[in-house]
Ligand binder design. Structure first.
Ligand SMILES: [Zn+2]
Length: 303
């Protein structure tokens, strides 16, 4: 069990809803898919760290501030005396390392953001943070390329890179480290978790309006909007999965709250958002079962 679990960010959740309900530009779509892919890669890496039987403290996805800069660490493993930081990359395809830079390969040879530089920056800011907090640990950092279809030509031998094929061996090494955690290790972990910042998702997403979003329920598995009502269930015409109308309505409320935190949840609003999923009466019944109601008749809203 990680000491701090990884959860899907609201930014990804909002992009996913927008992608299903409006036409994103190619650039926006790219940005959204990059986030989905990055998250999938991190989850993949978690499968390795969670299996460590040396049981270090695992802090996933920390967003911290140090020296007036933000630093985001995909994965942090705390052993006594040494803390390991990981920058996980889910790059796919061929790349080349030339003069200390990363380029796509062969293609146009577009330069990409150097993950080794990113790691260096994270390490340095993290060390400064430890110093400010008054702790002394060795800090090691690695860039992990988690995708099985990733190749780096002219890969540097002396840089802290771990390829997927090397990951089992690396984990084995971590398993052999002594890991008698002290009170001080836990204290620091608690401090880092407390310092973790929750970023508002709305500044990182294009602006959107309720009116421009396509209404109607979407499949929770494949985001398809082609669903048929079948008694108490909705069946996805694309992937075949079934879900209770009640869950669809609750999911709709969750989407509305996430997308429009200032909007009041009313029967009419949910009816429109979940168009075709059920009658107003049914929606009102579900809402009153799960939320408390304020006001009456057409002025009633749910919290
Ligand atoms: Zn589906």
């Amino acid at each position: 069990m990680p000491y701090k679990a990884r959860i899907e960010s609201d930014v990804i959740k909002i992009w996913r809803i927008l992608n299903a309900r409006m036409r994103l530009t190619d650039d926006e779509q790219k940005k959204y898919l990059y986030l989905e892919k990055g998250f999938a890669g991190e989850v993949q890496f978690d499968l390795y760290t969670e299996k460590l039987h040396s049981k270090p403290l695992i802090l996933n996805d920390l967003l911290l501030e140090s020296n007036n800069s933000n630093l985001q660490i995909d994965s942090t493993l705390m052993f006594p005396k040494t803390i390991y930081l990981f920058e996980v990359k889910n790059f796919e395809g061929d790349y080349i390392y030339e003069n200390g830079n990363f380029y796509t390969f062969p293609g146009k040879g577009k330069e990409i953001k150097n993950p080794l530089d990113q790691l260096k920056r994270i390490k340095s800011l993290f060390r400064q943070l430890l110093q400010t907090l008054g702790y002394h640990y060795n800090v090691e950092g690695y860039v992990v390329f988690i995708n099985p279809s990733f190749t780096l030509y002219q890969s540097p031998k002396d840089e802290p890179i771990i390829y997927l094929s090397q990951l089992p061996r690396f984990m084995k090494k971590l398993n052999e480290l002594p890991c008698q955690l002290t009170k001080q290790d836990k204290e620091l972990a608690d401090k880092l978790v407390a310092l973790h910042q929750i970023e508002s998702p709305y500044t990182r997403i294009r602006p959107y309006k309720y009116e421009e979003l396509k209404k109607g329920p979407t499949c929770h598995m494949c985001q398809s909007s082609s669903l048929s009502v079948c008694g108490k269930k909705l069946v996805c015409n694309d992937c075949g999965c079934e879900v209770l109308v009640e869950s669809v309505i609750l999911r709709g409320v969750g989407e509305l709250r996430l997308l429009f935190p200032d909007m009041r949840i009313t029967t009419n609003l949910v009816y429109e958002w979940c168009e075709g999923a059920g009658s107003k009466k049914r929606i009102s019944r579900v809402l009153s079962r799960h939320f408390s109601v304020t006001g009456v008749h057409q002025w009633a809203f749910y919290e």
